[in-house]
Ligand binder design. Structure first.
Ligand SMILES: Nc1ncnc2c1ncn2[C@@H]1O[C@H](COP(=O)(O)OP(=O)(O)O)[C@@H](O)[C@H]1O
Ligand SMILES: CC(C)(COP(=O)(O)O)[C@@H](O)C(=O)NCCC(=O)O
Ligand SMILES: [K+]
Length: 245
């Protein structure tokens, strides 16, 4: 049985590959809370012996814990596992593996120029041209991270919950003003980054796919941004050369 893991800064997704090659989610756990505390993942412990896993991780400490527990059963993917992508334009020594997996899956599934917007802890953009060249992208704070940083690094601003409505720009109290800045600001940032990406790529018709835990909010509010295929990062793991080994 082939297992796929996507270890992000907020969540870790664990899936198995079905007969048609699609990931089927087995569990989603909170990355730091569950893995750091237990040094293990319950669904992996419960699998019949002999499973092999492919992990996309952007949290080295958790990768290390899982490697200690599961050893060679769990293969941690690296840029070299994606020879179908052309990385000439980017520095793969600093690029997050989730972003590489997103690019690989997007290239395989879109078959044309595409920009992935991964709305996770951080929001990332990954631009891939029709030939599979990773052209670059952007990183900005996600909406929850913006809330945490304003609450943690100011004396008077409160921690606000995420909300799904589009706020007005003219906030009339602290909460509304923060929502305007963080949520409408993030919408504006993503919209502008997508415009600029399409310009710099020379692909005005590039697909724009949103994935990740906060994708719905951005699809609702950014013109032209549509939901990308479910579990795109896990699908990327399944597109790796290591998947065929
Ligand atoms: N119910 C929710 N619980 C946690 N995060 C949520 C929820 N709804 C939306 N989010 C947003 O999704 C982000 C987490 O997305 P996810 O794709 O799981 O992140 P990561 O890949 O970084 O682990 C949060 O930071 C937050 O902005
Ligand atoms: C940008 C990220 C923090 C996003 O992680 P996530 O929000 O998905 O947990 C991660 O992709 C990362 O650590 N990247 C390294 C820097 C880079 O991609 O250039
Ligand atoms: K991610």
């Amino acid at each position: 049985m082939q297992i796929l893991l996507n270890i992000g800064n907020t969540h870790t997704q664990i899936a198995k590959t079905t007969a048609n090659g699609q990931p089927e989610l087995l569990a989603q756990v909170e990355s730091p809370a569950v893995i750091a505390a237990q040094g293990a993942v319950a669904v992996l412990d419960a699998l019949p012996a002999g499973w092999r896993g492919l992990a996309v991780s952007v949290v080295p400490a958790l990768t290390g814990l899982l490697h200690n527990r599961y050893g060679d059963a769990l293969r941690v993917l690296a840029p070299a596992d994606f020879p179908q992508l052309d990385f000439q334009r980017v520095d793969t020594s600093t690029l997050g593996m989730d972003r590489i997996a997103n690019a690989a899956a997007a290239h395989a599934l879109a078959g044309r120029a595409v920009v992935v917007v991964d709305c996770g802890t951080a929001i990332t953009l990954e631009a891939v041209d029709a030939a599979g060249c990773f052209l670059g992208g952007a990183i900005l704070p996600g909406r929850m991270l913006a809330r945490r940083s304003l609450a943690a690094y100011t004396a008077q601003l409160p921690m606000l919950p995420l909300q799904q409505q589009r706020p007005a720009a003219l906030g009339r109290c602290t909460r509304e003003a923060m929502e305007a800045g963080m949520d409408l600001g993030a919408v504006g940032a993503v919209q502008y980054l997508l415009e600029q990406c399409r310009l710099e790529m020379g692909a005005a018709d590039a697909l724009c796919w949103a994935v990740g835990g906060d994708a719905a909010f951005f699809c609702d509010n950014v013109p032209g941004l549509i939901p990308g295929p479910q579990y795109l990062t896990l699908r990327g793991a399944a597109c790796s050369q290591a998947s065929a080994d």
